[in-house]
Design a binder for this molecule. Structure first.
Ligand code: GLA
Length: 387
């Protein structure tokens, strides 16, 4: 975790002046409810104790200078002309958020920003959303702008959709903004209402980063989203009142599946079944029925692997290995997919042995080094320091 004093010193060394404040916004891990958010369904994520930190100070002019410690690179742009940067793709998340704030006619001045994150980049833990939300929040505080957490999340999602070109749903930005310590949130992505559900003390959430990163993740993700849209358009021929796959029941899909091309039907089947599983899992968690919760995680993984086709062999190996280890209730791919991480629910007493064995067995089987995080459910975006 980056130290506040080290961030302040790094900022001062780079910009020749002390920062006014430091904010942090967490990454997230989704326990269940994958590829449901953009279908107006339910998700059940936690914010994690890994975050993007932004040290910031307002400038009297219209320039934003931004340094990324992760990329060891600096970018600067003028508020009057914010365009996509081909040379510094990481900066597009920052540029998109600033552009989004200005598009809402908010009184934003220039700023110096220094960014450092310990959310693994591209690991399925929403490093991008934590970057967007932390930058948005820092600028909000510097310019005395009041946005609700929901508004900040929507603005950050909009920046990613329109400026970065990833047609993501709302889950990641929502958690970066509104995560709750000690809790998962059952979020209804249709109206953004949510119910915090405590994570029982006898289990831990374990993330295992496979180290596998696939290129073209954005385009494969956008294709999945387009398939869902196509399914809704075609199903409307007989189900005119549906607005999203959220509105389709398992029975309706079984009866009307003949309307869908063979490549689209399994995509819809995943989404419809996953929304049902997420609601059942949330109830199970509330009742403390971890066995049922875990069984639903395994079902979710199989559906993402076979019907939605967003898994990769290394991730399937991790899930299979986790299933064979003592104390593991359930395990599945988490996040957008095509590499990235798994999430497992493991009894607290067994968690250290689980992490050691999973890492060792994965290395034996694949030759890859996994990175394992035992996560603590954390609070959404917050101010970490004021100077
Ligand atoms: C990515 C997106 C989210 C969500 C997940 C899949 O993380 O950013 O909006 O769609 O994939 O559940």
């Amino acid at each position: 975790m980056p130290e506040v004093s080290a961030l302040r010193d790094a900022f001062t060394a780079r910009f020749g002046i002390t920062p006014r404040l430091i904010v942090r916004a967490p990454g997230r891990v989704n326990l269940i409810g994958e590829h449901t958010d953009y279908n107006e369904g339910f998700v059940l994520p936690i914010a994690i104790d890994r975050a993007t930190f932004v040290a910031a100070r307002a400038r009297p002019d219209h320039t934003v200078r931004v340094y990324s410690a992760n990329f060891a690179a600096e970018d600067s742009f003028d508020l009057a002309r914010i365009e996509r940067s081909a040379e510094q793709p990481w900066s597009n998340y920052v540029r998109g958020v600033v552009k989004g704030l200005l598009a809402r006619d908010l009184p934003i001045l220039g700023a110096d920003l220094l960014i450092e994150s310990d959310v693994p980049l591209g690991g399925g833990l929403s490093s991008s959303a934590s970057l967007e939300v932390s930058v948005g929040y820092a600028l909000q505080l510097l310019n005395n702008v009041d946005l609700l957490g929901e508004e900040l999340a929507l603005l950050a999602q909009g920046a990613e959709n329109s400026f970065v070109g990833m047609q993501c749903g709302i889950m990641d930005q929502f958690m970066a903004a509104l995560g709750r310590a000690g809790h998962a949130l059952l979020l209804d992505c249709r109206d953004l209402s949510y119910t915090p559900i405590p994570i029982p003390p006898d289990v831990r959430v374990v993330v295992c980063d496979s180290g596998v990163r696939h290129t073209l993740v954005g385009s494969a993700y956008n294709e999945r989203r387009a398939a869902c849209h196509e399914a809704v358009t075609l199903l409307k021929a007989r189900l005119p009142r549906i607005a999203a796959l959220r509105d389709v029941t398992t029975e309706q899909l079984a009866v009307n599946g003949d309307l869908l091309p063979p490549a689209v039907l399994p995509r819809a089947r995943h989404v419809v079944s996953e929304i049902g599983r997420t609601l059942r899992a949330a109830e199970a968690l509330e009742r403390g029925d971890l066995r049922l919760f875990g069984a639903l995680m395994y079902e979710s993984h199989a559906s993402l692997r076979d019907d939605y086709e967003v898994s990769v062999p290394e991730i399937d190996t991790l899930v299979e290995l986790a299933r064979g280890l003592p104390g593991c209730y359930g395990s599945r791919i988490t996040g957008g997919g095509f590499g990235g991480s798994t999430v497992s629910l493991v009894s607290t007493g067994a968690v250290e042995a689980f992490a050691d064995a999973l890492g060792a067995q994965y290395q034996d089987r694949t030759g890859n080094q996994a990175k394992i995080l035992i996560c603590t459910p954390s609070e959404g975006v917050s101010r970490a320091a004021t100077f």
